[in-house]
Design a protein around this ligand. Structure first.
Ligand code: FNR
Length: 184
């Protein structure tokens, strides 16, 4: 069966380029992967006081979604040269309770994107700092700093930029190879 990939989207925006990119990746993915998009709407803020036998149900749902996956692909915008707070919160929620992180040992990929030219480099590398601690083996090459994303999609979200389609194809194929390698 294909390896299941949770594609965690770092933006809550309905028309987010990050979501559209995640959807495009799901279409381009080879048969060896099944991509499931995980959005962070309604994920409440981490609070250690609530880490009891009955944590908030939205935390449990998120942790279950990641636990059900074989790999995690983060697709995120950059906010203030770092990752959006919603994504950091999701990382914090998933990393607990202590010793039961849903992320532990899962192969990961990081794709940052921006309408700007730097392609979310700052977000990409801040996220990678977390992934080291989370013990997630992470695809290193190709790196994915997708700049100039504002002209990549039509009104209905269809990917219309050939150069981006080619890059996303290359990226998801490389990610598939990386995931296969981790599970061989
Ligand atoms: C941004 N944006 C942005 N862009 C960037 O390249 N570097 C940055 O540091 C920031 N900082 C930033 C902070 C905040 C609070 C917002 C709301 C936006 C612009 C950002 O790239 C743009 O809004 C994207 O469209 C957001 O991604 P989604 O929602 O389309 O995936």
């Amino acid at each position: 069966p294909p390896h299941r990939v949770a594609v965690v989207v770092g933006s809550l925006r309905k028309q987010a380029y990050s979501l559209r990119t995640a959807q495009a990746l799901a279409k381009l993915a080879p048969d060896s992967l099944k991509l499931d998009i995980v959005t962070l709407h309604g994920l409440s803020m981490y609070n250690q006081d609530l880490e009891t036998d009955a944590p908030p149900s939205d935390w449990t749902k998120f942790r279950d979604d990641i636990n059900a996956s074989d790999a995690v692909l983060f697709v995120t915008p950059e906010y203030n040269r770092s990752i959006p707070g919603v994504l950091k919160n999701a990382i914090d929620v998933g990393s607990r309770p202590y010793g039961k992180s849903c992320f532990d040992k899962k192969p990961a990929g990081v794709l940052s994107n921006s309408p700007g030219a730097i392609g979310g480099f700052g977000a990409n590398h801040h996220l990678r700092q977390c992934l080291v601690f989370l013990n997630m083996p992470t695809l290193q090459q190709p790196e994915a700093y997708v700049g100039g994303i504002a002209d990549a999609f039509a009104e209905d979200g269809t990917l219309v930029k050939d150069s981006l389609r080619e890059f996303l194809q290359k990226y998801i194929d490389a990610f598939a190879g990386f995931v296969a390698q981790q599970y061989k």
